[in-house]
Design a protein around this ligand. Structure first.
Ligand SMILES: NC(=O)C1=CN([C@@H]2O[C@H](COP(=O)(O)OP(=O)(O)OC[C@H]3O[C@@H](n4cnc5c(N)ncnc54)[C@H](OP(=O)(O)O)[C@@H]3O)[C@@H](O)[C@H]2O)C=CC1
Ligand SMILES: O=C(O)C1=N[C@H](C(=O)O)C[C@H](O)C1
Length: 334
């Protein structure tokens, strides 16, 4: 259950709100605190008492890392001047600045030795992870080992293993293959349709085509997630059948990607056709650039800070692992 939920609270709302304001939540019997947390949410949402997240982006050497650093600045949040990078050689040879401040690069061999001091210096630290699929489990292991809350947008890896291990750790985290608000809403619509009408498209044939910058090595995690929902709707499609377009000429001529976006885009097309070919559907979501994901990532950090605050204030065990649908459902998108 989400600690931070929206909904009609009826006549209880005023009483709860007064209760959480006047007597202090902890004076309310534990069994009633969950119900009272809604009053606290109303109170917390109206006050600046939720500690602002101090955001450390890993890796700021990458394209999404740079985009999130920019979005952090736009949101007026503190960017922690450290970033985990691919190697200690890179850490020793590269230097970078963000918004005029020197960023210290930390390699895999050094990170365990420095994380304690970083956590002490930045008590409201939230790590943002945009690294590469090959290291996603190593990164999650690091965050879990050191108990640092994190928002992970990196795709790939064994998603079930990742979610199970992070959930079992009780480290606060938001993990999602897509952090763009409207893309998440699109995904959620298919998830809800699959939950409400399982098998509704049985017998249909599916084609999935996705185009990304030529440097993207893995198959889109977003496309894989949508395919999972479509399969719950009755399709029988394996993610290995997803068609990847990575060649610029084809991207411009077939997928209609603007030339200016070849270096950073995500164009997805899903085609559904009935067995006899008499009924057809086509869905697309096309993104140019990375700003929408970066903004959603900052929203996820603010959401996670809220959840940690509520859990601490209420002193009751609640969920610690969330996805972007949770962020969207909580109305926690700026
Ligand atoms: N959830 C979402 O909304 C989105 C998710 N993504 C996903 O995010 C990931 C990153 O995408 P993008 O930024 O475009 O990719 P980039 O390749 O531009 O950035 C990845 C960065 O991670 C660095 N890196 C590699 N290994 C390590 C390591 N062990 N520790 C720390 N850093 C490391 C790389 O360094 P080096 O270059 O030196 O190897 C590189 O700078 C991908 O999985 C992509 O699918 C992307 C956009 C949106
Ligand atoms: O690598 C990217 O750029 C993106 N990766 C994510 C994915 O694999 O779904 C999200 C978006 O497609 C951009």
């Amino acid at each position: 259950m989400l600690l931070h939920q929206r909904g009609v609270w009826g006549s209880q709302k005023q009483q709860l709100h007064r209760g959480s304001q006047s007597r202090g939540l902890l004076s309310i019997p534990r069994s009633q605190r969950h119900a009272s947390c809604k009053g606290l949410v109303v109170q917390a949402l109206k006050s600046s008492e939720v500690p602002k997240p101090q955001i450390m982006v890993n890796s700021m050497t990458g394209k999404m890392g740079q985009a999130v650093a920019d979005a952090t600045r736009r949101a007026g949040l503190q960017l922690v001047p450290y970033t985990l990078c691919a190697s200690d050689v890179a850490a020793a040879s590269k230097s970078m600045t963000a918004d005029g401040q020197q960023i210290e690069l930390v390699g895999p061999e050094t990170r365990d030795a420095v994380i304690g001091a970083i956590k002490e210096q930045y008590p409201n630290l939230i790590m943002v992870d945009y690294t590469v699929p090959d290291v996603i489990h190593s990164m999650a292991d690091f965050y879990v080992k050191h108990g640092t809350p994190f928002v992970m947008g990196t795709t790939g890896g064994d998603r079930m293993r990742l979610l199970c291990e992070v959930d079992a750790s009780n480290v606060f985290a938001v993990i999602a293959p897509n952090m763009g608000k409207q893309i998440v809403a699109f995904q959620a619509m298919f998830e809800q349709a699959a939950a409400s009408y399982p098998g509704a498209f049985s017998g249909y044939k599916l084609r999935v085509i996705e185009s990304h910058q030529s440097t993207k090595k893995d198959t889109s995690g977003t496309a894989k997630a949508v395919v999972a929902s479509l399969n719950d709707l009755g399709l029988n499609f394996d993610v290995s059948q997803i068609e990847l377009v990575r060649e610029p000429k084809q991207q411009m001529e077939v997928m209609r990607v603007p030339e200016s976006a070849l270096g950073g885009h995500a164009f997805h097309t899903y085609q559904l056709v009935s067995e006899d070919g008499s009924v057809a559907f086509e869905f697309k979501h096309n993104v140019v650039g990375r700003a929408t994901y970066a903004e959603g990532t900052v929203d996820a950090c603010l959401f996670l800070a809220m959840q940690m605050h509520l859990a601490k204030e209420l002193d009751v065990p609640g969920r610690t692992l969330y996805n972007m649908t949770d962020v969207l459902r909580a109305g926690a998108m700026r």
